[in-house]
Design a protein around this ligand. Structure first.
Ligand code: GUN
Ligand code: ZN
Length: 444
């Protein structure tokens, strides 16, 4: 069905790290967006498009008129997240390797029960919608049923999602361990069942080099090559003890990235979480191979892993496709605002200020570019899938007060980044269908 939204709108039309801010950000103060069959049919000023509001039988198409402090924006994209860790967000007192053993593997073991996993997937996707996140690259548990649960719930909502079962055949408890052959066979069966079904895509997911044997690493690379169009995701250079562990397990490799390179796991549609402790050689190799990084700032801060140097990753002479990510449950919030704020803090910690436009890019178009989906989601333009959010720019008394001090759109966006949460997401559309509308009765 055709319908339309009228109101202020923003979208990123290019990468501001490369093209500069002004040419990248499009701000329509009075936009009209025509949505048809799940896609954006037209986007422009209301004046230029008002004639399209009349349907074929001469009847006006349904129009939602947005309010004065509302802003239409592309849905946010989470380029690295573990849905199976939803119950352990904010687990106390550890850093990465202890955290995995004490909390993550224990939580993931419960997903052997498909009904439990389905419940978790439903809760996770509900939080995504409430926070304005419309797509993601998602880690499931080692159990194939956790992937079935996730994909069936995502497909019921019509969401564009990529996901995969984690492959891990060593250095993990037996309840969450597979073997090289079993991991391969289960992944292939999941690819056959789900990859390309509607808006779903399969992501081969060797968890990280320390938890896969060389045999499993080789199989994961071969599986990816054997299934064109699938994705591959893993973790890279998150903490210094992890780097030492990888060196001891793969002594013949040049560095951490070279392990993945050796097993054929770099290239377009490969996405690596974190990328904090990387050498210049590794960054150049990521660029040369078209491999992406998911920047996970709340997780990096919470687990004291370090501060990712996103400006270095995006250096104009060898830019790396980079998206923002929550990395729940190492990450501490579903909110893209909290995640953008953590990215700002991480940049501050290494000596520069990440602008609101750059942060917004990383959470939308940049994440879409990292996931090689920029021709489908992450911005507002004719032909794109209609995953949209409507933001309330004055969602709390404090933000409303702060807005009175803002002179520019950039000031307003930064106020949201610092102060907003899920209350700022008034509505979320998936492929043009309204799936979340903030319930005023639940507001304080
Ligand atoms: N490295 C390997 N597995 C994980 C995980 O689940 N979370 C984080 N943050 N890092 C990892
Ligand atoms: Zn992760």
């Amino acid at each position: 069905m055709r319908h339309a939204l009228r109101g202020a709108a923003i979208t990123l039309e290019a990468d501001p790290f490369l093209a500069g801010e002004a040419p990248s950000l499009r701000h329509e103060t009075d936009a009209l967006i025509i949505i048809n069959e799940g896609h954006i049919e037209a986007f422009g000023s209301f004046e230029s498009l008002r004639h399209t509001l009349i349907g074929s039988a001469g009847v006006p198409i349904p129009l939602r008129q947005c309010g004065q402090h509302e802003l239409i924006a592309p849905g946010f994209i989470d380029s690295h997240v573990h849905y199976v860790q939803t119950p352990i967000i904010g687990a106390y007192g550890t850093q990465l390797i202890d955290w995995l053993e004490r909390y993550a593997f224990v939580a993931e073991a419960r997903c052997a029960d498909e009904a439990y996993a389905r419940n978790m997937a439903r809760a996770f996707l509900g939080e995504c919608l409430r926070n304005g996140t419309t797509s993601g690259a998602v880690y499931c548990s080692v159990h194939p049923q956790s992937v079935d649960a996730f994909f069936s719930e995502a497909s019921a909502l019509g969401m564009r999602m990529m996901a995969g079962k984690v492959l891990m055949d060593r250095n993990v408890p037996a309840r969450v361990r597979d073997s090289a052959q079993r991991g391969h066979d289960e992944s292939q069966a999941l690819i056959d069942r789900w990859h390309g079904q509607g808006r779903l895509q399969y992501c081969i997911t060797p968890r990280f080099a320390p938890t896969s044997s060389p045999e499993q690493m080789a199989m994961a690379g071969a599986l990816w090559q054997a299934n064109p169009g699938t994705y591959l995701q893993s973790h890279l250079a998150e903490t210094l003890p992890e780097l030492a562990w990888v060196r001891s397990l793969y002594p013949d490799r040049l560095d951490y990235l070279d392990v993945y390179d050796h097993y054929g796991q770099l290239g377009p549609r490969a996405i690596y979480g974190h990328g904090i402790h990387l050498s210049e050689r590794e960054m150049a190799r990521l660029h040369d191979t078209g491999t992406s990084i998911a920047h996970c700032p709340t997780s990096n801060e919470f687990l004291a892993s370090g501060a990712c140097r996103v400006r270095d990753l995006k250096r104009a002479d060898r830019p790396i496709r980079t998206g923002l990510a929550t990395d729940l449950g190492g990450g501490t919030s579903f909110s893209p605002f909290a995640t953008m704020l953590a990215a700002y803090r991480a940049a501050q910690a290494v000596g520069y200020s990440l602008s609101p436009v750059h942060a917004w890019y990383l959470a939308t178009r940049g994440a879409a570019e990292a996931l090689r989906l920029e021709d489908r989601v992450g911005s507002i333009a004719p032909g794109m899938e209609a995953d949209l959010v409507l933001l309330d720019l004055a969602s709390t008394p404090l933000i409303a007060r702060r807005l009175t001090e803002c002179e520019t759109l950039e000031d307003q966006l930064f106020a949201q980044i610092v102060l907003a949460d899920d209350r700022a997401v008034r509505a979320t559309w998936i492929a043009g269908v309204l799936h979340h509308e903030r319930d005023e009765r639940h507001q304080p």
